[in-house]
Write a protein that binds this ligand. Structure first.
Ligand SMILES: Cc1cc2nc3c(=O)[nH]c(=O)nc-3n(C[C@H](O)[C@H](O)[C@H](O)COP(=O)(O)O)c2cc1C
Length: 349
């Protein structure tokens, strides 16, 4: 069991707000598949009417979507969905948006109906602080704030939210606007000229950088959400400084069963790598030295002579025939040759 803001949860994996958390039924299914917690689809007073279609594959395990908020009303959530989860003793984070005018009318009702935590979300970064200050006056349950992916200054925003009583931060959201073109129709893949929001593998590096920068400056827990599509991605996100990992696109594309598998794989990786607990790797990167002077190491027995290292060398410094040759006068130690090596015959220390 893991601790989340005073509650016990069955895994460190949080399901981000999205289509899988559309209802109590959806959330129960995720909980059965070892989700630690689920964030409801964002709740507003009115139900969303989504464009058709609103979710399309992009390359590299990524999605573009222009799905709106929940297609259930606030009344449905407080009268049916949240009480059903409470009855089943399933803790839940109720996502609520997108302005203080709206959240002030909902947060007390969501708490009363059974939300264990709240997550405040807005498309507009200026709305987050007023939403947090107002919500803190209205409820007693812990409040998480979800940061948009692109803001003027992520660190300053995170520090302000921590100072004003946020209990945790979710970092972060989809990235956009983004667009793909269907080359057969000449239209956007989302139909007509619609734009959407990018999620999944393509956004992982942006997300890791955001978590890394924020963790250097704040102490409250971080849910690292965005781009995690494997247990190795999850380990990276923990090492960057997240206390929990969030997934949304991963179980959408591969099914809910990946959640339990992800949790088990993280535990196995920790054991295999001699870590006593998850705590040992959270924020590990911050404990490491900032500057590294690297050297290459070549293991001939592992080399399959694929020549990838030679092909990617922009400076013509590498040659591979019977042995590996490196022209030190040309090599800039950019490291790409070792990072592309499929068998780790070439490593950079
Ligand atoms: C189809 C879809 C719908 C989403 N709807 C919401 C939403 O209603 N509220 C919200 O805060 N985030 C929403 N998100 C964003 C996710 O919660 C998450 O921040 C984002 O997908 C990045 O995580 P991922 O790369 O693991 O998918 C949605 C994402 C997808 C793919």
């Amino acid at each position: 069991m893991y601790d989340f803001l005073g509650s016990k949860i069955q895994s460190p994996i949080i399901i981000g707000s999205g289509p899988l958390t559309y209802s109590a039924e959806g959330i129960k299914k995720l909980h059965k598949n070892k989700a630690g917690l689920c964030v409801t689809k964002t709740i507003k007073l009115e139900a969303a009417i989504n464009p058709i279609p609103h979710m399309q594959m992009s390359e590299n395990k990524s999605l573009i979507n222009d799905e709106l908020w929940s297609d259930y009303t606030y009344e449905t959530w407080i009268n049916k969905e949240l009480p059903e989860l409470k009855k089943s003793k399933i803790p839940v984070i109720a996502s609520c948006g997108h302005s203080v005018e709206e959240t002030s009318l909902m947060v007390e009702g969501l708490e009363k109906a059974g939300a264990t935590f709240l997550e405040l979300v807005s498309y507009n970064e200026e709305d987050l602080l007023p939403m947090l200050i107002d919500t803190k006056k209205r409820v007693n349950i812990p409040i998480i704030v979800k940061l948009p992916s692109r803001v003027k200054n992520m660190v300053e925003l995170a520090k302000t939210l921590e100072k004003n009583g946020a209990d945790a931060l979710t970092i972060s959201d989809s990235i956009g606007p983004a667009m793909r073109v269907n080359i057969e129709t000449g239209l956007s893949t989302l139909g007509n000229i619609s734009k959407g929001w990018l999620t999944g593998e393509a956004i992982l590096p942006f997300n890791i950088n955001n978590i890394y920068e924020v963790r250097k400056n704040i102490n409250i827990p971080i849910i690292g959400l965005g781009g995690i599509m494997s247990y190795k991605n999850a380990i990276e996100v923990f090492m960057a400084g997240a206390n929990y990992v969030g997934v949304c696109t991963y179980p959408i594309i591969y099914g809910e069963k990946v959640i339990g598998k992800l949790s088990d794989q993280i535990e196995k990786w920790l054991t295999d790598n001699n870590y006593k607990s998850l705590e040992d790797i959270i924020g590990l990167i911050h404990k490491k030295s900032e500057s590294i002077v690297g050297e290459f190491k070549y293991n001939k027995d592992k080399c399959i002579k694929c020549k990838k290292c030679e092909i990617v060398c922009a400076y013509d410094a590498r040659r591979i025939s019977e042995d590996m040759y490196l022209d030190n006068s040309k090599c800039r130690k950019c490291g790409l040759c070792s990072s592309i090596c499929p068998t780790r015959a070439l490593e950079f220390y």
